[in-house]
Design a protein around this ligand. Sequence first.
Ligand code: FAD
Ligand code: NAI
Length: 467
Amino acid sequence: MPTYDLVVIGTGPGGYVCAIRAAQLGMKVAVVEKDPTFGGTCLNVGCIPSKGLLYASELFEEAGHKFDKLGIGVSKPKLDLAAMMKFKDEGVEGNVKGVAFLFKKNKIDAYQGIGRIAAPGRVEVKTHDGKTEVLETKNIVIASGSDVARLKGMEIDEKRIVSSTGALVLGQVPEQLLIVGAGVIGLELGSVWRRLGAKVHVIEFLDRILPGMDSEVARQFQRILERQGMTFQLSSKVTAVDSSGAKLKVKVEPAAGGAAATLDADVVLVAIGRVPYVDGLGLKEAGVGLDNRGRVNVDHRYATSVPGIYAIGDAIAGPMLAHKAEDEGIAVAEIIAGHAGHVNYDVIPNVIYTYPEVASVGRTEEELRAAGVTYNVGKFPFTANGRAKANLQTEGFVKILADAKTDRVLGVHIIGADAGNMIAEAAVAMEFGAAAEDIARTCHPHPTFTEAVKEAALAVDKRAIHM
Ligand code: FAD
Ligand code: NAI
């Protein structure tokens, strides 16, 4: 029977990164993956394919609507959706092959099949040809990720009623795309299909888009998306979809109850969140406890209720983000090896890869107010940033929230082109406990969008230069 120091179940960003870090620390490591390719949700049906389509569709839109303003004369761009999908698939393939390469390089044994915890220290792998292999191991890390949340009575067929997975492979641009949920997936994939020609209408249960994000950012973002052509119906819920005819008939009601209206759609995207995926792992029999939302219960060392069994990533509490899963993978490998692995949950950046992008790290104004923390706000609009003006990319702003007593940066919120790359600076600053003054006194390259971060830091002390 093969014997390991660590068996990781699942090869998403949590699992594969954990396996590599453990191998670096000298452990004999195996991974178990039920899907045909490594990389989990993120690489196969999540971050990577969605960003591929976001990139390609953004260029498509620019070629159609912006190039002429820059003096580039091109004829109206023609969409070759099959070729765009192939481009996206090649990006996925390159990434999943990269993980297979890294497993080999780090001498990690990879088992293809469904992993089940038969007992502490024992993982059973059921391969797709029906064989079972048993692995003995000192430690197990559950990195089984998440799955789409479903709406009662609305069956996802991945053709007309789709989750994000189906929305990444549509064979044609729907005339009318109705999206349930104005969260990250709805707004990213809604942007993709709107740019490619769909009429996109978003139904959101709450009275705002992007719950959890800074509300000033969310309001401005909604206005921008509306200008781009997306429409929103807030405080509303979808209660049924009739798929018997050529068009889907979608029944929509006010969230608080009331008269229902029926809307037509060619495709409905259900994007109301994700739920932890722990099916088939045998957790109940193994005695591994779950919380009331079905997430694996862990302590601050990622240890479950059973010694030697740990869990990370989307399967446990916290934001369902690839980089959060990766950092937990590294931390748990280090903890198992006897080191001091740690993740700072106060500094986990969040990015929405639309145009403009939306990025944040740390606390929102709402959270600070609720916690009774007094803070100063420094804000700087991209309309006053030289590079943004030169590029005709002036939408949005940078907002820095700093402690009123200590000037320590507590939150940074950016809406603007390239916000996703810019937020990393704020994360590093916050990780080092920076004051707004530290950012304000750091020389930023000119002309870049990042100067808006410096100006927002200056604005905390009411001394922005270009405003
Ligand atoms: P997963 O990536 O879900 O991987 C879990 C793996 O475990 C899967 O491969 C699964 O097959 C395997 N598995 C499960 N059970 C078993 C078993 N019993 N035996 C064997 N294998 C098993 N996050 C970002 O940070 N940035 C983004 O831009 C982003 N975009 C996204 C876009 C979409 C459309 C979606 C759906 C998600 C996106 N996410 C993004 C979220 C991100 O994909 C997840 O947070 C991340 O993949 C979680 O990593 P994980 O390792 O915990 O789990
Ligand atoms: P989400 O949690 O971001 O948004 C779901 C939205 O649906 C919320 O606004 C919620 O209020 C709404 N909602 C819930 N039930 C509803 C109902 N019955 N009717 C109408 N609206 C309803 O979830 P989403 O967009 O599905 O994404 C899932 C996860 O994937 C997120 O947690 C996110 O972290 C991750 N992700 C991250 C990305 C990124 O980092 N760029 C990109 C895509 C996904």
